[in-house]
Design a protein around this ligand. Structure first.
Ligand code: SAM
Length: 346
C-alpha cells in the first residue's frame, strides 16, 4: 500500500512485523491479554526488593475501571513471588496518577473493597516529575501515552484534509517527533522515580506496519472519519471553517517498530520484552461512535461549541454506516503494543 493512503497517523511502514500473540477486546480486554505477560515478567524479572513496603504507580488511571484489575494482577503476582520464596509479603501502596481535572472522587469511591493495598492520588502531567526519587517498584501505563503534550506546530495551519504529499510527510514527521519527545520526557522522569531493578509495563495502542484502509480499519481510520465529519460540518456552515482547518488532535498511534526505536534510545531502561496484542474492539458502530464521543466531546465542545456536538456525531454515525469496513469488527487491525522495561541505573 502506498504510504500516502494510510492517513495522517500511519504514513510510514516499519521494518518487519513482530508476532501477533493474543486476541483482546477494547481496553479492558487488553488487560486480560496482557495479564499473562505481566505475571510472567514479574515472576522472572522483578528483583525482590528488601523492603517492607512496595509502591506500584499507574500513569493515566482515569476513574479506575481498568486500573483496578490491572493493579490486582500486578500485586497478586508480586505477592506470589514473595510467598514462593518463603518471604514475608510486604505492604503495598498504589499511586494513581492522572491529569488534575481527572475525576479522582469517582476513582476513590469505587475502589475495590477487598483490595490489599493503600492508595494515593498523584494528580499531574506524567511527562513531568510526580513522585519521590527511587520510590516506585512497578510502573504501569495503559492506553494513555498516545496523548501528546501538544499538537505539533507543523500540523497547524494546513488545509486539512487535502494536504499535498509533501505537507503530509512533514506533518507525519512532526507527530512522530512530538511522540518521541513526549515518551523521552516520560522515561526521564520515571528513571528518577523508579528503584534500580524496577519493572515498567507500557500498553500503548498502535497500528500495524501495513494495513489496507479500503478493506480494514484501525483507530486511525476512525479518527479520520471524525475529522472528515468536522470538515463536512464546516462546509455545511454548521461550524467555523477557519477553526476546522486548524483543528488537529493531540495524539499519535505508533507502529511497534517506531515505539521500539524510541524506547531503545533510553540508557536507563532496557527493553525486556515487546509483544503486539491484536486489539480488535469487537464494538458495533454505535459502540464506536459512543467511544469517540466520550473521548472527544469536551474537546470539540470547547473548540466549536456544545450546540455542534449532536449533529457532528450524527454525521459521524452516518459515515460509519456508509462504509462496509466498519460493519465487520474482525476488520479492525488496531494493535496494543505491550513493552516491558527494566530500570538498570546501576
Ligand atoms: C483512555 S484513558 C486510559 C485509562 C486506563 N489506563 C485504561 O487503560 O483504561 C487515558 C487516560 O490518560 C490520561 N492522561 C492523558 N495524558 C496524560 C498526562 N499527560 N498525564 C497524566 N494523565 C494523562 C487521561 O486523562 C485519561 O484518563
Amino acid at each position: 500500500m502506498d504510504s500516502k493512503d494510510k492517513g495522517l497517523f500511519s504514513m510510514h511502514s516499519g521494518n518487519g512485523p513482530l508476532s501477533y500473540v493474543k486476541n483482546s477486546s477494547y481496553q479492558g480486554g487488553v488487560l486480560e491479554a496482557a495479564k499473562a505477560i505481566i505475571e510472567e515478567e514479574i515472576a522472572t524479572r522483578l528483583e525482590i526488593p528488601n523492603n517492607s513496603c512496595l509502591c506500584v504507580a499507574e500513569f493515566g488511571c482515569s476513574t479506575g475501571n481498568n486500573s483496578f484489575p490491572a493493579m490486582q494482577t500486578i500485586i497478586e503476582a508480586i505477592k506470589y513471588k514473595y510467598q514462593s520464596s518463603n518471604l514475608k509479603t510486604p505492604e503495598f501502596y498504589v499511586c494513581f496518577n492522572d491529569v488534575v481535572s481527572n475525576d479522582f472522587n469517582t476513582l476513590f469511591s469505587s475502589l475495590p473493597l477487598d483490595r490489599s493495598y493503600e492508595v494515593a492520588a498523584v494528580p499531574g502531567d506524567f511527562h513531568g516529575r510526580l513522585l519521590p526519587p527511587s520510590s516506585v517498584h512497578f510502573a504501569y501505563s495503559s492506553w494513555a501515552l498516545q496523548w501528546l503534550t501538544e499538537v505539533p506546530k507543523a500540523a497547524e495551519g494546513l488545509k486539512s484534509p487535502a494536504w499535498s504529499g509533501r505537507e503530509r510527510e512533514e506533518v507525519y514527521d512532526a507527530y512522530l517527533g512530538q511522540f518521541e519527545r513526549d515518551i523521552e520526557s516520560f522515561l526521564k522522569c520515571r528513571a528518577v522515580e523508579m528503584v534500580d531493578g524496577g519493572i515498567m509495563a507500557l500498553l500503548i495502542p498502535g497500528i500495524p506496519d501495513l494495513w489496507d484502509p479500503q478493506k480494514e480499519s484501525t483507530v486511525v481510520s476512525r479518527v479520520e472519519l471524525l475529522r472528515s465529519s468536522l470538515v463536512d460540518m464546516a462546509k455545511m456552515g454548521r461550524l467555523s471553517v477557519a477553526k476546522s482547518r486548524i483543528f488537529n488532535l493531540p495524539y499519535y498511534f505508533p507502529t511497534a517498530d517506531e515505539l521500539r526505536a524510541i524506547l531503545q534510545k533510553s540508557n536507563i531502561f532496557s527493553i525486556e520484552r515487546m509483544e503486539i496484542l491484536k486489539c480488535g474492539t469487537f464494538l458495533n458502530i454505535d459502540g464506536h461512535v459512543a467511544c469517540l464521543r466520550a473521548v472527544h466531546q469536551n474537546m470539540l465542545a470547547h473548540k466549536f461549541g456544545a450546540e455542534t456536538i449532536d449533529e457532528t456525531f450524527d454525521l459521524l454515525k452516518k459515515k460509519f454506516y456508509a462504509s462496509p469496513v466498519y460493519a465487520d469488527p474482525s476488520k479492525d487491525k488496531t494493535i496494543m503494543i505491550v513493552a516491558i522495561l527494566k530500570h538498570n541505573n546501576v
